[in-house]
Design a binder for this molecule. Structure first.
Ligand SMILES: [Zn+2]
Length: 79
């Protein structure tokens, strides 16, 4: 089942699913580039839509904690 196939919000066109090799998707937290992502594309005006599972994926990637700036090695020995 397609995530899309609904009427475009901006024109009379229909939003069709297209698998895009590399799609930058912006979210309120930042931008993520997803590979082989199903994007909704209006067949008339070309407006782009992202289905809820796609945005959820972007959100989960951006929600990951950043790696620490520095790590230190600490020697451990038995007494
Ligand atoms: Zn449209």
């Amino acid at each position: 089942m397609s995530l899309y196939d609904f009427a475009c919000e901006y024109c009379e066109g229909v939003v069709r699913e297209r698998i895009v090799e590399r799609e930058p998707i912006s979210h309120h937290r930042g931008i993520v580039v997803l590979e082989n992502v199903p994007v909704g594309l209006c067949d008339r005006c070309g407006a782009r839509y992202y289905a809820a599972p796609v945005l959820k994926r972007v959100e989960s990637i951006l929600a990951k904690p950043k790696p620490p700036a520095r790590t230190i090695e600490v020697p451990v020995e038995a007494y």
